[in-house]
Ligand binder design. Structure first.
Ligand code: BF8
Ligand code: SF4
Length: 672
């Protein structure tokens, strides 16, 4: 069972309200978004902040997970503790309904991440077939490292031949029927996790097959056993992680492995004198091409009176561009409409995921063009331009031209850009982090981090991930948790809209270290900086490791630390947190974090409270079996305290077991 030091802390959340001031539409703490939100209200433009209020109070059957819509005899709701109303029409009880609903969220997340990965994989395939002339292998080093992990020969072979084999194995991972583990997952795991997943029978063999199996397992009249259903969900979450690995590694191969890079963030990066294009969505396959095209089209922009072209990012594709190209990150998920409200956004080019259909409605109040680009993602009234790997550069030029054309139709009276913008340092792939630590210890770079934890200089590592969820004010959770963690000497890495929050608030800058880091974290960062005089910038308070699929980088760091410490992941002082989780992808990520053995804080309650059994499995039993557990806690400060407890407990136990092993000359105890 997970342990908490503070006696009032239990596996149940504190009494913090589930929905902050339900009738208050001013639900953001981001100063840039807040400024725009006031303008939206004054000009009667409806945004997500109004719609979330309009949805209150939300259905409590759905909130607790006891509404079943899996067949059309329903919807069925668990309305009583006993008697016929305590079950669905087929007799499904609360634990069956809750667990089925939960794992279907995981399947949705795995399908989403793997759809993204499949697109990158197709692009790689087109490249090796000679059909994608605008793409290239930007990181041969990453390709070789990946091939070696996957057991693909590299000696005396051309990069393109190696990549061909990698792509084939990737395709096999999507559709394998033979009983062999998913290569893109198996090759990254620790030995301990590999054994655990085999023994618990949750090692997936293919991504698509696992997602389909999950849907079949949870169809009407199939699995009713909540434990079996949840194990199916864990397997699906591992398929999700495999999709993330494919997405991250192949994107690094095609577009480069991120290295430290300086940029800026918040709505103030939108430039009134330039043609502004927002890239919104997830896949660098599209956004990298648009950036490349825009950089060559300054002359065209000048012809319409602009000074040039300013590409900015929103959400995860923004994170991808920021990590590799230093492109400004305009804003994150909940404030996506606010970028249009500036009146100076000429085009918003979108691909898939986390794009509010409402961006088109807001855009219609301005001159902004919304352009969808993928066959599975269209918005009524928005323009569609089918983007393809074969004609990528040409497609990208067309997209940029739409923005240049739109610039001519700007209404100067409607332009209002907040001054808010902050400097930041991003670009911390695990390779980049390892290189930085290698300057302190070239033989065992990861020991720099683990030794700092063993000595007590750091309390541990936290992976901050996930979305915005307007049940509470935007970014409040991300910022509060971060400040608590760094004050307590936790080394923090961040992805997705969590990283977006820190970027927007100026917390991803070296300047924030002095203001917020505890003495241990400060001295740790100083040691790294002193050993790395080649870095042209100081190190940030929180390390940006990328987009949502790049949570795989977080898993990689946990594996590397486990291997360095000679233990499995559940013993590593490493926690994860999604203070404002929203998307199905966040549920999938949180679940594999728990399955890998990480205490995982979630600040927005998933629909599990309708079954004590399911709640207990996710928050307690999971810890006994896998070493990780969910911490559902809506008060971000309490959530952080619970994470710090978990880190301290793990670090203490590691120290004790190491001392005992040394004193008695025995192998290190492996239990958690
Ligand atoms: O994939 S963090 S709101 S943008 S789901 Fe979406 Fe959540 Fe943001 Fe990126 Ni991830
Ligand atoms: Fe109702 Fe059962 Fe159908 Fe669900 S599967 S909607 S509980 S009859």
């Amino acid at each position: 069972m997970p342990r908490y030091r503070e006696l009032t802390h239990t596996a149940r959340p504190s009494g913090a309200p589930r929905v902050f001031e339900p009738k208050n539409p001013l639900r953001t703490t981001d100063p840039g978004a807040l400024e725009m939100l006031k303008i939206a209200h004054d000009s009667n433009v409806e945004t997500v902040f109004d719609r979330v209020v309009a949805q209150q109070p939300q259905c409590q059957f759905g909130y607790k997970g006891v509404c079943c819509r899996i067949c059309i005899a329903g919807p069925c709701r668990v309305k009583a503790d006993d008697g016929p109303a305590s079950k669905g029409i087929c007799g499904a009880t609360a634990y069956t309904i809750v667990s089925r609903n939960l794992v279907r969220l995981i399947a949705g997340g795995a399908a989403s991440h793997s759809e993204h990965a499949r697109h990158v994989l197709h692009t790689v395939h087109e490249l090796v077939e000679g059909n994608a002339p605008d793409y290239q292998i930007k990181s041969p080093a990453k390709l070789h490292k990946l091939a070696e992990k996957l057991g693909i020969a590299t000696l005396d072979r051309s990069d393109i031949d190696i990549l061909r084999d990698v792509a084939e194995l990737g395709y096999a991972d999507f559709g394998r029927y033979q009983e062999r583990p998913l290569a893109f997952l198996d090759s990254f795991l620790t030995e301990g996790r590999r054994r655990k997943f085999k023994h618990t029978n949750i090692m997936p063999r293919a991504i698509d097959g696992t997602v389909t199996e999950m849907l079949a397992q949870t169809a009407m009249g199939v699995d009713a056993d909540p434990v079996n259903i949840i194990f199916g969900g864990l397997k699906t979450s591992l398929a999700d992680l495999a999709g993330e690995y494919i997405g991250t590694t192949l994107s690094d191969v095609l577009f480069g492995t991120p290295e430290p890079i300086v940029s800026e963030s918040n709505l103030g990066v939108i430039n009134p004198k330039m043609v502004n294009i927002a890239m919104h969505g997830h896949n660098p396959v599209l956004s990298e091409m648009v950036v490349a095209a825009a950089r060559k089209m300054t002359a065209e922009a000048k012809q319409v009176g602009a000074e040039g072209i300013n590409v900015v990012g929103i959400c995860c594709t923004g994170n991808e561009l920021l990590m590799r190209q230093g492109v400004y990150l305009a804003t994150s998920s909940a404030s996506q409409e606010m970028a249009i409200m500036t009146g100076a956004l000429d085009a918003m080019v979108v691909d898939i995921q986390c794009i509010y259909p409402a961006v088109q409605t807001v855009a219609e109040c301005f001159h902004t063009k919304i352009i969808t680009t993928e066959a599975i993602m269209k918005i009524p009234s928005a323009q569609h331009l089918a983007f393809s790997a074969e004609t990528a550069a040409e497609d990208a030029r067309k997209l940029v031209n739409i923005a240049i054309e739109a610039y001519k139709h700007r209404d100067p009276k409607k332009i209002s850009i907040p001054n808010e913008r902050h400097k930041l340092v991003a670009g911390f792939s695990i390779e980049a982090l390892t290189d930085i630590m290698a300057k302190v210890n070239p033989d065992r770079p990861m020991s720099v981090l683990t030794d700092a934890i063993l000595s007590g200089q750091l309390k541990g590592v936290a992976l901050m991930a996930g979305c915005n969820n307007l049940k509470r004010p935007q970014d409040e959770g991300h910022v509060t948790v971060l400040k608590e963690l760094v004050k307590n000497d936790v080394f923090v890495i961040a992805t997705g809209c969590s990283a977006g929050a820190y970027a927007k608030f100026g917390l991803m800058s070296p300047l924030a270290v002095d203001a917020y880091a505890g003495p241990g974290l400060k001295s740790f960062l100083k040691t790294l900086e002193e050993a790395n005089p080649q870095l042209t910038t100081g190190l940030p308070l929180v390390f940006h490791v990328g987009s949502c699929v790049d949570n795989s980088r977080g898993a990689d760091l946990a594996f590397a630390m486990a291997n360095e410490l000679g233990v499995d992941v559940p013993r590593v002082p490493f926690v994860a947190s999604a203070p404002e989780a929203m998307h199905e992808k966040a549920v999938a990520i949180g679940t594999w974090c728990v399955t890998l053995g990480l205490p995982t804080h979630v600040g927005s309650m998933p629909p599990v409270e309708g079954s004590d059994l399911v709640y207990g499995i996710t928050t307690q039993i999971a810890h006994d079996v896998f070493g990780g557990n969910f911490i559902f806690e809506m008060d971000p400060a309490v959530g952080a305290a619970k994470m710090i407890d978990a880190l301290e407990y793990r670090a203490w136990k590691l120290r004790v077991h190491r001392q005992a092993a040394e004193k008695y000359n025995t192998p290190m105890a492996q239990g958690w």
